[in-house]
Design a protein around this ligand. Sequence first.
Ligand SMILES: NC(=O)c1ccc[n+]([C@@H]2O[C@H](COP(=O)([O-])OP(=O)(O)OC[C@H]3O[C@@H](n4cnc5c(N)ncnc54)[C@H](O)[C@@H]3O)[C@@H](O)[C@H]2O)c1
Length: 402
Amino acid sequence: MKRIGIIGSGAMGNGIAQVCASAGCEVLVYDHDPVALEKARQQLSAILNRLLAKSKLNDEQAAAIRQSVRFVTAMDEFADRELVIEAVIEQLDVKQRIFTEIENIVSLDCVLATNTSSLSIASIASACNRPERVIGIHFFNPAPLMALVEVIPAVQTWPDLAAKVRAWVESLGKLPVLAKDTPGFIVNRVARPYYGESLRILDEGIADAAVIDHAMVSLGGFRMGPFALMDFIGHDVNYRVTESVFAAFFFDPRYKPSLTQKRLFEAGYLGRKTGRGFYRYTDGGLPEERANHSLYHRSDPQLLERIFQRVLAMLINEAADALHYGIASKEDLDLAMTKGVNYPKGLLKWADEIGIDSIQQIMDDLYDVYREDRYRLSPLLRAMSKEKRTFYGHKNERDDGT
Ligand SMILES: NC(=O)c1ccc[n+]([C@@H]2O[C@H](COP(=O)([O-])OP(=O)(O)OC[C@H]3O[C@@H](n4cnc5c(N)ncnc54)[C@H](O)[C@@H]3O)[C@@H](O)[C@H]2O)c1
């Protein structure tokens, strides 16, 4: 698939266009808003100039990319496309309308993809007469820098299409993972406890944001603590994803949003972009609290360890449950978290290192204290512990004594 059409020239559409053109595809970008289209053209040009200045591209390569991307004001121009990727606003009715329209423009064998982060692929595909050619291709932001791409076939999707799309994603130099069409796919589902459990610890007054961040960074090796990360993502985006995953899972308490975060969202304290979230940001963009190192030194090491173990156990439990329900393979689950959100290790590999029994113990202790369904252990972990299995080896070496 070399002739690509992209609908929506926002942050994602434009980034995906750059990725495709850099890999030798010929790309048309359409947006219904001429101002957005012009902005995207200028942005792409500025990015290419920056890459040239940094010698990450030579003149020839930059010229080739410029020539390969054409911004168009009518979708009719997409008649000869082999693959169309939709990246418009995250609204089901808008996306469905676009799929109905584009289906009548392209040829019968053109693949239609959506970059949605939270809507079901099945619901988008249902707008088409031939839903079997519809699939999710979920790039991460910023698309040119993030290696991971989730490939999500819908229940209607032609069975061989996922393999074809996976190979196409690889041809872009990206790392595809295959995910089931379930809320949050892999990354936005498995990462939820990083935010949710940290917020719960904060809400219970066990520790403040800076201490929890410190625990996850210093003991876990995460690049950013959960609160600094939520401030970075923006509470509008992060809260809405949490709310949508919670609703889409029929209000499973494991994904319950936090009122504390909702209030920040309502107050317009969206994080770094508004200068205030959990932290206050000075001109340089760094949280003021960071300067206060004494805060960390005062933290009780046992408290830090408890926080880290609790959040990590919840993350591992989520990843194990995703495996239990066949959302993705264990390799893809681990790849998704290391490449999609830069976790220091794959969660299932981490589980093997810590020991399945230890994870079981932490989860069961939490369940004993709270008696909430939120802390239920994945049946897969319980079975593995009983049978002394690990994710990547057969036997649990710790219990073997080997
Ligand atoms: N921003 C992210 O971090 C991110 C990451 C992965 C996936 N996504 C998904 O990618 C999609 C796009 O996100 P974004 O951040 O680029 O949004 P954005 O708001 O930056 O851009 C959306 C673009 O779509 C255009 N648009 C809206 N309605 C249209 C229509 N009917 N026809 C043609 N163009 C239309 C808008 O003019 C705008 O330029 C969403 O589905 C989002 O969930 C976003």
